[in-house]
Design a protein around this ligand. Structure first.
Ligand code: ADP
Length: 451
């Protein structure tokens, strides 16, 4: 990044310097020509002003004025040309040796209009330009001034050392600025790599903020996911250990042979129950990891009537409801949506099973299946013990239980609601929970309705 920015800034600076050089030289060159022409004009006009046209030798006397005005430091060359083009006088060369000047544009123009001017490239000095200005005198001859300015190449050569110094300074500055910018730009990202969650937002560029936010939230997710995984592994080990320890203990008692027949039967029942618990736990863990892997793929989704699925689940749960002395009912109507049948059965079973297990004697569980144009919903309302506010957010976490002993005693694994949440998320659905301790709990699952 530093190299790239460096190259970019240096290229831009060099280009800017080159363009400035070309344009300033051209403008400077044009200005010099105008200046030169003005100088020639004023010199020629000044000398010509001594020709008042009154005395016959006024023009002849001009030559002495020329000698007076055109000093060595004044580089204007003065030539007097007769109306037929013959050179009568020149302050730099022998007039007799000079060629006829009649075809010179400025002379032609002056003979015709009184004054004439022209700017021509010098034949002798490459890249130099001469400005000519001619004025017709009272005797019909023409007074001409010429001013040669050094070529544009010379200007380049003259300014080049300065430009080189400026360019070196600008390039050094560009390198410095690119270094500073890169360091400043990368700092928050470096900070982030070193101290993942401690990013100081106010110091960063505004434009960088969305990127920082995304990285920050992803880092948070990763850290949380890692923490969750660790917690889950620790919980699983702990949950497996408890029934296994019980099984091992009871089996040992039987092994010693000191247990009476009744005790052996009791221990056998304990072993059986704990083994069942273990099986249920392992099944739920496997199911969760399956759901994790498929992550909402909905491969086995098919059109199915949620009401009919609920009806079948209710029949199966009837035995358990009777065991707890709880009545169970279903209302609503046929609601066909695309879903995985096994997942829908698990969803209804887990919710209704909780509603029965955390109920009160003579309580009720009411299932409702409904839909509108956009959503289908399953509502499970019970008249049970309810869930205190502070626990409501957390009961969907794996192994989170409000009352551990009640959960265990009723055959809970602490994973039922985690499975429900997983299924609903996979279908882009939503879970709503209303609960009042001592009054009851209502869980509503809203699912996208596309049959
Ligand atoms: P469990 O196997 O322990 O029932 P869940 O994941 O199904 O695990 O539920 C987590 C906890 O949420 C339960 O242990 C219980 O404390 C609470 N809970 C769930 N459903 C209900 C309900 N209908 N009424 C009261 N408490 C509930």
């Amino acid at each position: 990044m530093k190299k790239k920015l460096n190259r970019y800034l240096v290229t831009v600076s060099v280009l800017a310097i080159a363009l400035t050089l070309v344009f300033t030289s051209l403008i400077f060159w044009k200005e010099m020509q105008t200046e030169a022409m003005d100088q020639v004009k004023s010199t020629v006009s000044l000398i010509a002003s001594y020709d008042n046209g009154e005395s016959p030798d006024a023009v002849a006397n001009l030559e002495s004025y020329i000698a007076a005005w055109v000093q060595p430091e004044n580089p204007t060359r003065i030539t007097r040309i007769a109306a037929d083009g013959t050179v009568l006088f020149d302050n730099e060369a022998e007039a007799g040796s000079m060629v006829n000047h009649l075809n010179r544009p400025e002379v032609q123009e002056a003979l015709r209009n009184g004054t004439g001017e022209d700017t021509r490239a010098s034949e002798t000095m490459a890249g130099s330009v001469t400005c000519y200005y001619a004025k017709r005198l009272s005797d019909g001859s023409v007074l001409r001034g010429a001013y040669t300015i050094r070529g544009i190449r010379n200007i380049f050569v003259r300014v080049l050392p300065y430009i080189a110094v400026i360019a070196a300074m600008v390039i050094a500055l560009a390198v410095l600025v690119s270094w500073y910018l890169t360091v400043k730009f990368l700092q928050p990202i470096r900070d982030m790599a070193e101290k993942p969650l401690a990013i100081r937002a106010p110091d960063t560029y505004e434009e960088l903020q969305p990127l920082l936010d995304t990285i920050k939230s992803q880092q948070k997710d990763v850290i949380m996911a890692a923490t969750q995984r660790q917690e889950f592994t620790a919980n699983v080990s702990h949950e497996l250990k408890t029934p296994l320890a019980a099984i091992s203990g009871y089996a040992e008692l039987i092994e010693t042979g000191i247990a009476s027949k009744e005790d052996t039967i009791r221990f056998g029942t304990e072993i059986h129950q704990n083994a069942e618990r273990l099986l249920k736990l392992i099944n739920d863990i496997i199911r969760l990891s399956e759901l994790d892997l498929s992550a909402g793929a909905q491969e086995k989704a098919e059109p199915l009537d949620l009401y009919a699925v609920a009806e079948r689940c209710m029949e199966e749960l009837q035995v358990e409801a009777d065991k707890y002395g709880v009545s169970i009912s279903l209302t609503g109507r046929k609601s066909v949506l695309r879903a995985d049948r096994q997942e829908m059965e698990e969803l209804i079973n887990n919710l209704a099973d909780n509603a029965i297990r955390y109920n009160k004697p003579h309580g009720s569980v009411k299932l409702t299946v409904e839909h509108d144009g956009e959503k289908a919903w399953l509502r499970v309302a019970d008249t049970g013990i309810g869930i205190p506010k502070e626990h409501q957010k957390r009961i969907f976490e794996r192994f989170y239980r409000v009352d551990k002993s009640r959960s265990r005693a009723t055959g809970g694994t602490g994973l039922g609601l985690a499975i429900v949440k997983h299924i609903v998320q996979g279908m882009q659905g939503e879970i709503q929970l209303e609960s009042e301790p001592g009054e009851g709990t209502t869980v509503t699952v809203l699912l996208p309705y596309r049959n």
